[in-house]
Design a protein around this ligand. Sequence first.
Ligand SMILES: Nc1ncnc2c1ncn2[C@@H]1O[C@H](COP(=O)(O)OP(=O)(O)OP(=O)(O)O)[C@@H](O)[C@H]1O
Ligand SMILES: [Mg+2]
Length: 242
Amino acid sequence: MTVALEVVSVTAGYGDNPIVQDFSASLQAGSITTLIGGNGAGKSTLLRAIYGTNRFFSGRIVFEGESIERLPPWQRLKRGVGFVPQGRCNFPAMSVGENLKMGCYTLPAAAHEAAIGRVTGLFPILQQRWRIDAGNLSGGEQQILEMAMVLLVEPKLLLLDEPSLGLSPKMQGDVFTTVQRIAAGGVTVLIVEQNVRGALLISDRALVMEQGRKFMEGPAEEVRTDPRIRQAYLGGNIHQAA
Ligand SMILES: Nc1ncnc2c1ncn2[C@@H]1O[C@H](COP(=O)(O)OP(=O)(O)OP(=O)(O)O)[C@@H](O)[C@H]1O
Ligand SMILES: [Mg+2]
C-alpha cells in the first residue's frame, strides 16, 4: 500500500491562535477517511491547513513523498490536492457551464474541453443544467457542481468539507455514492461530514478530533461501533443497531 498523505504533528490555526494541535495522520492512496469531531473541534481548520489557506505553525504535510506545507495553495492544487470547502463555493450568478470553465483556470486552454467532457460524463446532470445559473440549482446539484469544479483538474487527493450538509437523505446518499466512485478511480479522499454514520459506512478509516487534538483513529468499522463514538456522534443509544 502507498501512503498518499502524511500529516505529521501539525499545529495550525488563525492569527496567533493555534486551533489544531500536534495532529498526525496517514492516508493510504485511494482510501476514504472520515474526520469526525464536534462543532468547532477544528475539522475545517485541518483541511485548510492541508490546502494551505490558514496559519501554519509547525509540523509537516507530506504529499506523495514531498513536503508541501510551505507551498501556496495553487501549487498544492497543481500537485494534485483538491479542496471543496464547507458551504457554497460556486459562482452563483454564472451558469453551470461558466462555472466549469472557471474551474479549468489552472489547466492549459487545450485541455479544457476534455476536462469538462470528463466531469459531465461523471455527472450528466451538469450537462442538463448547463445554461442555468449555479445559484438556481438545488443544494445537491450545487454540491455536485462544486465537486466537479475541483475534479476538472484531476486531483489525486480530495478534501471534502461537509459535502452533504443541508441535503435531503436521498441527495446525501447520492453524494456518498459519488465519493465512492471518485475513490474507486484511485483518488484519496478525506471527508468531514455531519452525517457521521453515512460517511463511516463508505470509509476505510476514521479520525476523531476533539478540541483540535486527535482523540481516536482506526478502521471506520471499529470507530463506528466504539461506544464512546456512538454516544457522542451517532445518536446516543449505544445499544442501537448501526
Ligand atoms: N477564519 C477564522 N479566524 C479565526 N478563528 C477561526 C476561523 N475559522 C475558524 N475559527 C475558529 O477555529 C475553531 C475551529 O473551527 P473549525 O471551523 O475548524 O471547526 P469545525 O470542526 O470545522 O466545526 P463545524 O463542525 O462547526 O464546521 C473555532 O473556535 C472557530 O471559531
Ligand atoms: Mg467545519
